[in-house]
Write a protein that binds this ligand. Structure first.
Ligand SMILES: [Zn+2]
Length: 353
């Protein structure tokens, strides 16, 4: 009897181990585990035959069954490990990353050339002892024109040149119309209203003109206003400051030239030219053969501007200047069209990274 069971068990063990060897997945293996070793599996069924055996035979029977079970169990766990490794390898192969492929680069933004020029120019004047003041883009007529000695009849006040903003009724009735500031000069008037001399500041900002857009004109551009008011400020100091600025911004070879000019808010006034950076002063198409390019206006503050600000001390004098930021940047970087600053063409902007 025992011998017969031992033969059957040997066959069962062979059948089980060869089925385990042939299993192609861990899922298939789990089914075999239940089939042979489960609570209602093949080996469990053998245990119920224990009762047919004599007391002497039972220990040997238990030993034979356990050995066969252990052999099947070992075969199962060996096969399970082999299958897990194979499955893992297959998954890794499928999800394989080719580290030699070029990556996708996130494009990095850059400082806009107008912002870069504003900062660079402002930094130079900060080093020369100026502070920074600000004023509103939406301005009133008084600060934009009247306080700066610009007469009622001045052509700049025309709608052809200025963007007027629809004003609330009471503002319109007061005669002080609202507009987009046409220059940064109103910051002079606003600062002098609230501060006594000495005053020395620059006012960088956006200005608006009702212009026909072309290569050298745009409806929006940036200016930097400068004002220095104190006792006995001289024209020579103005010239020295502008000369210093030109040499720092364009390099030591740069020079400036002052020509008589006219602005309502300064007297005397000067148009300021800077050495043409394209030809180095020899003469070219950019400077129309003169070797000089006009970049800013300047002068001594007009007494009427002091009067409008409420300054009465006769020893108080001052100088003011206003420069076009895009204009200076155009000359420095040899850009031939002001519209490029506003087109947001990435090919242009990327050149300033
Ligand atoms: Zn030139």
């Amino acid at each position: 009897m025992l011998e017969q069971i031992a033969n059957e068990l040997e066959n069962l063990k062979k059948e089980a181990t060869s089925a385990i060897e042939a299993a192609g997945s861990t899922a298939e293996l789990a089914e075999l585990d239940i089939k042979y070793l489960g609570r209602k599996g093949s080996f469990a069924a053998y245990m119920s035959r224990m009762k047919d055996l004599s007391n002497e035979e039972r220990p040997s029977f238990g030993k034979i069954v356990n050995e066969a079970k252990t052999a099947v169990s070992t075969a199962l766990s060996d096969r399970r490990i082999a299958l897990l490794v194979a499955e893992d390898t297959a998954k890794l192969k499928k999800d394989r990353i080719d580290v030699t492929l070029p990556g996708r680069f996130a494009s990095v933004g850059s400082i806009h050339p107008t912002s870069a020029a504003l900062k660079e120019i402002s930094d130079i004047f900060l080093r020369l002892g100026f502070t920074i003041e600000e004023g509103p883009d939406v301005e009133d007529e008084w600060h934009n024109f009247d306080a700066l000695n610009i007469p009622d009849t001045h052509p700049a006040r025309d709608v052809q040149d200025t963007f007027f903003v629809k004003s609330p009724k009471e503002v319109a009735e007061s005669g002080n119309k609202i507009l987009m500031r046409t220059h940064t000069s109103p910051v002079q008037a606003r600062t002098m209203e609230k501060q006594q001399p000495p005053i020395r500041f620059i006012a960088p900002g956006r200005v608006y003109r009702n212009e026909r857009i072309d290569a050298s004109h745009y409806t929006i551009f940036h200016q930097i206003e400068g004002l220095y008011v104190d006792k006995n400020v001289t024209f020579a100091q103005l010239k020295g400051t502008l000369m210093n600025f030109a040499k720092i911004y364009y390099g030591p070879q740069a020079s400036i030239r002052l020509r008589p000019g006219f602005f309502p808010f300064t007297e005397p006034s000067a148009e300021v030219d800077i050495t043409c950076t394209v030809c180095g002063g020899k003469g070219c198409s950019v400077c129309k053969g003169t070797g000089w390019v006009e970049v800013l206006g300047a002068g001594m503050v007009h007494p009427n501007v002091f009067k409008a600000a409420g300054y009465t001390d006769p020893d108080i004098t001052g100088y003011a200047f206003g420069l076009g930021v895009e204009r200076l940047a155009i000359l420095k970087y040899r850009i031939d069209d002001i519209r490029l600053f506003y087109d947001n063409d990435i090919r242009f902007l990327e050149q300033f990274i």
